[in-house]
Design a protein around this ligand. Sequence first.
Ligand code: SF4
Length: 423
Amino acid sequence: MSVKLIAMDLDGTLMAPDHTTVTEKTKAALERAHRRGIKTVIATGRTLAATDTVTVQLPFIDYVIYSNGAAVYDRSKGENIYSNAMPAETVSKITDILEEYPVFYEIYSGGFQHTQQSKSEYFNNNGLPQAFIDEYIKSMIDHPSIAEFAGSNQVEKVNLYYFSGEYYNEIKDRLSQIENIALTSPVYGDIEMTDIGTNKGSALEGMSKTLGISADEVMAFGDSDNDIEMLKYAAYSVAMENASDDCKNAAAFKTLSNGEDGIALALERFIFTEGKEKVLVSACLLGENCKYNGSNNYCPDALRLYEKFIAIPVCPEFFGGLPIPREPNEIIKGRAISKSGRDHTSEYESGAEKTLYIARENNCFFAVLKERSPSCGFKTIYDGTFSGNLTGGNGITADLLYKNGITVYGESEIPILLDETDR
Ligand code: SF4
């Protein structure tokens, strides 16, 4: 299946760390995807009005999922194609609680943020860039009483800013007891409240179905907890390097951070693949939990390979039939011996043969392999004493690949490979 729709969270995902700009590289990649007919969607906790600074930079964006999925705006039609207001009774219970505390909160209604500026003394910007705060405040509409406004209008979302923390847990506990309310906290101190069932994932699913696009054809990017439902829905779900752990667990793939053009890199990986050479890569470097102890050797530079290559992940020890987790092994007199003294050379050789077969099938001339490993290490490996000491020599797979004409790089040499293939 090919990707037909790309949905992206804003802050921490699409936006640069200044929260206001989209980098030239990310812009160019999205525009290229748009020219291929792929629909682009921003999916944000912000109001519709607060997305103008983004769509000015990316005028081709097709849809805006805003207020955490409470509404979907079709930019070509200039109208909402979906909205899900909170019941008035729920809103009234929320404002009754919040009015008891020295806090600043907003009501999202009709695509705008509504506030009571006389409470702004309770707002603490929690280290957000001032330029972002200034832009944000400009888009707020002031009311003499925010609770009264909320009681007489359709509300998409209530957003509490309470970074000082004194009553934070107490407020959160009381809010969570309200029936049919969904609470999320994209950052500590910020509590977003919508109707239960309202989230970016349900809005994305409804919108995709309307467009005749299946989950298999949707790519979604996110970094915080209010992106999790959206990531669970999309087949190509990608968490940013700066994402929360829960968000990373919900996503099928990882990319670099928002400050390192992570979206552009993932589009190179999954969409702009034509004409790219293939390179073998130790799967543990890409974050696969295939290491002897069940974890990985994730290396952000390995993801950068997708800028120029199609990476083919391989784990020779797993290919050779060894389980995950397994005992650590090291090379002793040319044989792969486990810490307890078992000889696993035949499994190592079988894994090496399978890896060479995959390299040939995919016309790989390069391999990027985990340094020092008894399978993947090249030129330097652990010395067989299980003490962390090193010696000269090759891992069994690296050696076989090298003897069959494949150039082997370690992860520390990825910048050299990327640089050499520039010429
Ligand atoms: Fe990583 Fe290679 Fe060991 Fe597999 S065999 S865990 S790819 S170093």
